[in-house]
Design a protein around this ligand. Structure first.
Ligand code: GDP
Ligand code: MG
Length: 217
């Protein structure tokens, strides 16, 4: 695993034999204190260490699923202090991301509102392609007695916004966190295949227009 303290957008990775890996960039968003770093560290190390500090990092990790290697870059973001939600996501982050995980805490209603606003912001500004997958995660499921957002509300909002949805506890289990990351990877693969297909279709349209264009000359 490689940790880059300063988000570096020129990330690339090579295998031992020099071949380029397939890459997937995953951006974690959401209010502060909801467990973005806990989720990231749990996925990368299988451990829950309790305190993470306010650090923004991009972690690079080679994931092996279905026997295939993929270089997974995870941008564990910081929610900027004292700012409007409309300014909480940078263009740079959206240009970088192949998939987004939006995290809230089920015990903190205001963090759910932040996720709602961030989804609306992403959809409204259209700075993320419509096929780029978004998954909403309600974290801290272990603190059921402090629940402030019901599972139904979370699920319904995700459904209405065309996002995936999971409720997990990064503190209690590794399994839920693994499911979230594997789902986003699968969705990213699908979305990249779709985009490739679109490029293919555009190529055919261009060639056809070129032929017809020449005939008309
Ligand atoms: P971030 O600001 O979103 O990166 O949040 P952190 O990952 O730093 O976590 C904030 C606090 O919530 C820390 O004290 C974590 O130990 C705690 N935390 C994170 N995930 C969970 C969880 O699933 N359950 C509980 N009970 N606490 C959690
Ligand atoms: Mg953090």
């Amino acid at each position: 695993m490689v940790v880059l303290d300063k988000p570096n957008l020129q990330l690339g990775s090579k295998t031992m034999d020099g071949n380029q890996h397939k890459e997937a960039n995953v951006l974690l968003l959401g209010a502060e204190n909801v467990g973005k770093s806990a989720l990231t560290v749990r996925f990368l190390t299988k451990r829950f260490i309790g305190e993470y500090g306010d650090i923004e990092s991009i972690y690079s990790h080679i994931d092996k699923t279905d026997g295939r290697e993929i270089a997974l870059n995870i941008w564990d973001s910081l929610y900027p202090q004292s700012c409007e939600t409309t300014e909480s996501i940078s263009d740079k982050q959206l240009q970088w991301a192949d998939g987004v995980i939006l995290v809230y805490s089920i015990c903190d209603r205001s963090s759910f509102e932040v996720v709602r606003q961030q989804v609306q912001l992403i959809r409204r500004t259209r700075k993320l392609s419509a096929s780029t997958p978004i998954i909403i995660v309600g974290n801290k499921r272990d603190l059921l007695h402090q629940r402030a957002v019901s599972s139904e509300e979370g699920r319904l909002f995700a459904l209405s916004a065309d996002c995936g949805f999971f409720e997990i506890s990064a503190a209690e289990t590794y399994h839920g966190v693994l499911l979230v990351f594997h789902e986003i990877l699968d969705l990213i693969k699908e979305s990249k295949a779709l985009k490739k297909g679109m490029v293919g279709i555009k190529g055919i349209v261009r060639s056809v227009s070129a032929v017809f264009g020449k005939k008309r000359e």
